[in-house]
Design a protein around this ligand. Structure first.
Ligand SMILES: [Zn+2]
Length: 226
């Protein structure tokens, strides 16, 4: 990727805004309501800009550090490369947040391994509404994103829950066949039950991941998934 004049200017603008934000935030801070301000590391896919941005943002008085940019979360190979450049430059005692990560369960392993604590992504609810439902590695019919497509004919009479190991409201009360029927009929409840499952599934995955880190079993857990 070419480092253009406009990329340079955009990064300088980001840093100028960051400086103004910190200043303004301090001025308006309230004792009864703490609001956290995060700085965002930018710099596209240029190592030199990313490193400069990581240093500049880390030197400012932010509560947490985010890593942003359009490739984060969309291109996981680029995401991992960018994290390998910037994470060693970011203070360890502040929360780290990758903006836009969380399409597939495997994406979390990639960024958590680099020391990231927080994520956000529209994909889990969007793909739920398209009938793509997360399952654990034990459910053999998953694709490479660890989803099954509930609208497929093979689930028409499947009395199992989406994922037998899932403890969500949907899996405890409804079968794949019923959710398949709701999707085929265009019933709103189908999208809702699917969304409940996908969100619950990822929250549980993160709980399990936190426990695995505490017990020093993160890599063991990752191996099971990847
Ligand atoms: Zn579930």
């Amino acid at each position: 990727m070419m480092l253009t004049k406009s990329t340079r200017e955009a990064l300088d603008r980001t840093h100028a805004w960051a400086k103004r934000s910190v200043k303004q935030h301090k001025k308006t801070e309230r004792n009864d309501y703490k609001q956290f301000l995060f700085g965002i590391v930018q710099g596209a896919q240029h190592k030199v800009l990313r490193e400069e941005s990581a240093r500049t943002i880390s030197a400012m008085d932010f509560d947490g550090i985010a890593i942003g940019g359009e490739s984060i979360g969309y291109n996981m190979e680029a995401t991992k490369e960018i994290l390998s450049w910037v994470m060693p430059l970011i203070p360890e005692d502040k929360p780290h947040y990758t903006m836009g990560v969380g399409y597939s369960p495997t994406d979390f392993f990639d960024v958590v391994e680099h020391g990231v604590d927080m994520f956000d992504c529209v994909a889990p609810t969007r793909i739920a509404r398209n009938g793509a439902l997360y399952v654990s590695p034990e459910v053999k019919e998953h694709d490479k994103k660890y989803t099954i497509t509930i609208t497929r004919a093979e689930y028409r009479e499947d009395k199992n829950p989406i994922d037998p190991s899932c403890t969500c409201h949907t899996c405890k009360n409804y079968s794949r066949a019923y959710i398949h029927h709701l999707f085929r009929a265009g019933e709103m409840l189908g999208y809702r039950l699917a969304t409940i499952h996908n969100v619950h599934f990822l929250l549980q995955l993160m709980r399990d991941m936190r426990n695995a880190i505490k017990e020093d079993k993160f890599l063991e857990m990752k191996k099971k998934w990847m």
